[in-house]
Design a protein around this ligand. Structure first.
Ligand SMILES: NC(=O)c1ccc[n+]([C@@H]2O[C@H](COP(=O)([O-])OP(=O)(O)OC[C@H]3O[C@@H](n4cnc5c(N)ncnc54)[C@H](OP(=O)(O)O)[C@@H]3O)[C@@H](O)[C@H]2O)c1
Length: 333
């Protein structure tokens, strides 16, 4: 199997490499591709140095599977043409809501891979991926009616430059120097910004709409959702406070056991100091963690949860590689 990564020098591209390196994933040739500025750079993978190719001159017929992790504009410009020669797994939002493109979290809707009309598979938004992996086992058992989400999202969701800027702003702020925000709409150091991606006419941000629409596409169009997405000064992992209303009644014991058994989920919920997960602890882990499981006593059949996951892994690289594994399995059947 020959594999290519477009955007191999970025946050998600580098994580895809790490995930592939950790898995027993048979790779014949690997092609690492980025912008002209990175062409010629060397990247180490499995003890061998690989040269970074320039996307402008890269030949897409070299690999059977190509991961796109270079932003929506690059996916828009190159993916459909490239898909004539290679199967695309796209991390950007560009194709996610395209009816002919499956949007997949392998633990939730693996069957969607059977509608591969354009030879492109979309990877969901990072906040969506960790949400649906938790909602799926609960929906199967109790039928979800409505979900209210508030996110606490790390800056790595905005790419490598945003991580560098948080570190820089933190230093400047401690030194009491002037801060000019470049990748954020306001200062992010020691702050929280209730605005991720652009505003739509109805006042929601595109990040919030992505969570709502993608969850419906992956899980069930009938579920009603509303979201508020907030950027916080954390480097990696997104946290979500989630309120879920079910059609059927539930017991907390059953919720815990369903989530503990669900593939990709782990319950960490002790009602004591430190008996819950935080973004720092989820960094580098494959699991999506669930804490603070409790009834919402103001509404019938309603539950509160705290969900935390490494956005670069479950929300991007790990999910993308698991889609590739699903594809390989399907092709070998
Ligand atoms: N970060 C997350 O949590 C997350 C989660 C899900 C999905 N995604 C999506 O994944 C994609 C990548 O995000 P990221 O966080 O990895 O961004 P990033 O750290 O900014 O990396 C961007 C990558 O794209 C490459 N690139 C930029 N312009 C290019 C061009 N004109 N031609 C070729 N390559 C170009 C960059 O190469 P150079 O180094 O050469 O500039 C770099 O490798 C985005 O679509 C993002 O929405 C991100």
């Amino acid at each position: 199997m020959n594999i290519a990564i477009i955007g191999a020098t970025g946050n998600v591209g580098r994580k895809i490499l790490e995930v592939i390196e950790r898995k027993i994933f048979f790779i014949n040739e690997l092609f690492l591709v980025a912008s002209p500025k990175s062409a010629g750079q060397k990247i180490n993978f499995n003890g061998r140095e690989y040269e970074v190719y320039n996307l402008e001159t890269y030949d897409f017929s070299k690999a059977e599977i190509t991961f796109f992790a270079a932003g929506g504009k690059i996916s828009e410009k190159y993916a459909e043409k490239a898909a004539k020669h290679t199967t695309i797994i796209d991390n950007s939002s560009f194709f996610r809501m395209d009816e002919d493109v499956p949007l997949i979290v392998p633990q939730v809707n693996p069957e969607a891979i059977n509608i591969l009309k354009k030879n492109i598979i979309a990877n969901p938004n990072c906040s969506t991926a960790q949400l649906v992996i938790v909602l799926k086992p609960l929906h199967d058992e109790f039928n979800i009616r409505r979900v209210v989400i508030s996110t606490y999202q790390s800056v790595s969701g905005g790419g490598k430059a945003s991580m560098d800027e948080l570190i820089e702003q933190t230093k400047l702020s401690l030194d009491k120097k002037k801060i000019n925000s470049k990748n954020f709409t306001k200062q992010i150091a020691f702050n929280a910004i209730p605005h991720i991606d652009v505003f739509a006419d109805d006042g929601y941000t595109k990040e919030e709409l992505k969570m709502i629409n993608e969850t419906k596409k992956i899980l069930d169009n009938k579920i009603e959702l509303t979201a508020t997405c907030v950027r916080i000064p954390v480097l990696v992992s997104h946290a979500e406070s989630v309120n879920i209303e079910f059609e059927k009644n539930f017991s907390l014991e059953k919720i815990r056991s369903l989530l503990n058994c669900a593939d990709g989920c782990e319950v960490l919920d002790k009602r004591e100091d430190g008996g819950y997960i935080t973004p720092l602890e989820a960094e580098g882990k494959n699991e999506t963690y669930i804490s603070r499981i409790r009834e919402d006593k103001t509404k019938k059949n309603t539950l509160n949860l705290w969900i935390v996951s490494d956005n670069l892994l479950r929300g991007a690289a790990l999910n993308a590689v698991e889609i590739a594994e699903l594809l390989i399995k399907k092709n070998n059947e």
